[in-house]
Design a protein around this ligand. Structure first.
Ligand code: B12
Ligand code: SF4
Ligand code: SF4
Length: 303
């Protein structure tokens, strides 16, 4: 990438012009110590001599209420993996034109994206584990460009301090599964994970999905957070137009995998295929009919 001063600002400005709300850089010396061995090995395969990570946050909050049987907000619009990759590619090409290797990596990536964003100084660490970028709250996706060019503007070794949230406790109190505990985050308990998990769910897991009317993903900790009170709406059309906020059994029943992909393959909820969504919808329908039965019983209208 050379030693031209201001190059990282130029690249970050291009990334922001492509729709990011914030962009920053973190050097290898700062990020590598918090990476796992597996993350280090995988990233070295993608960009062997990587030295700098550009990290960007793209807002996705659409200002419409969540319906019944809601898909989580992050999956209402087009698949963010593709959207961010497309929007980050011109900046990566700019770096390549200068002779550097540059790879766009989004989510399915060995980069610990939240740590990269926090060290790059583009957001605040929330106790729910997510990166908050006011005024968009935590409703931002993270994406990176990893390059072997050196960032001339970033200190090589100094680990920056990380901004922290207000520690109000609302996310922990709102978490229905106990995934957020003082000891840390338990991903195997997280409803977002459970709603995407294949196969049979335990009775406890089923009840969690039903009680929280959860079709795909979970937004409870984010909804409770004061930084997400009235967040600014995204300007990106991919995340505010043609939204799919829920699905019905009628839309999914009888669909082959191929037909499901044809209809919904542009969406982030499609990667697991239709079976997991069908299972979740069945659970929600079952709990609905049980509630209706209990209501009729209370009114003395039992058949
Ligand atoms: C696996 C995964 C999940 C799992 C587990 C999540 C978890 N909290 O661990 C499940 C399915 C549960 C999940 C759920 C969600 N996820 Co998720 N997930 C990921 C993914 C793909 C990998 C994370 C991971 O486990 N990596 C492997 C471990 C070993 O690495 P790591 O998490 O980075 O952490 C290591 C180090 O970096 C270090 N570390 C971690 N953080 C920090 C911070 C600092 C400051 C330091 C020093 C160190 C450090 O400790 C770890 C151990 O070594 C990331 C994308 C990515 N590539 O980072 C998205 C990502 C974290 N998810 C995201 C989202 C949006 C969600 C959901 C909100 C989706 C939803 N609505 O249902 C929920 C939120 C749940 C929650 N409260 O965390 C976004 C978060 C955006 C943001 N604003 O922060 C990400 C960044 C995807 C993206 N590209 O935007 N997710
Ligand atoms: S996504 Fe849901 S289950 Fe997971 S930590 Fe947040 S509130 Fe808890
Ligand atoms: S709800 Fe409170 S404790 Fe949780 S992330 Fe938001 S400010 Fe931090």
């Amino acid at each position: 990438m050379g030693n031209k001063p201001g190059l990282s600002e130029t690249i970050c400005a291009a990334i922001c012009a492509s729709g990011a709300a914030a962009c920053g850089t973190v050097s290898r010396a700062v990020l590598e110590p918090v990476m796992t061995d597996a993350q280090r090995a995988q990233l070295a395969l993608r960009v062997p001599e990587w030295r700098t990570v550009f990290c960007a946050a793209f807002p996705y909050f659409a200002n419409v209420p969540a319906p019944r049987h809601a898909i989580s907000r992050y999956a209402w619009g087009l698949d963010y993996h593709k959207v961010l990759a497309q929007r980050l590619t011109p900046a990566a090409e700019h770096l390549r034109a200068l002779g550097a290797r540059a790879e766009v990596l989004v989510d399915a990536s060995p980069v610990p994206e939240r740590a990269a964003a926090l060290y790059a100084g583009i957001g605040i660490l929330g106790d729910h584990g997510l990166v908050i970028v006011p005024p968009y709250g935590s409703y931002v996706f993270l994406g990176t460009i990893v390059t072997d060019g050196e960032d001339p503007d970033a200190p090589l070794t100094q680990t920056p301090a990380i901004a922290q949230c207000a520690h109000c406790g609302a996310c922990r109190a709102a978490c229905p599964s106990g995934a957020l505990s003082p000891e840390g985050f338990h991903s195997e308990r997280c409803l977002s994970h459970l709603s995407q998990k294949k196969g049979d769910l335990s009775p406890w897991e089923q009840a969690l999905l039903q009680q929280n009317d959860c079709l795909w993903g979970c937004d409870a900790c984010q909804e409770a957070c004061p930084y997400n009170r009235g967040p600014r709406e995204t300007a990106l059309p991919e995340f505010r137009e043609a939204l799919i906020q829920t699905l019905s059994q009628g839309q999914l029943n009888g669909l082959s995998n191929r037909e499901f992909q044809r209809r919904y393959g542009t969406r982030a909820f499609a990667w697991r295929g239709p079976a997991v969504l069908r299972r979740n919808l069945e659970l929600l329908a079952k709990s609905e009919s049980e509630t209706q039965r209990a209501f009729r019983h209370e009114k003395g209208n039992d058949l």
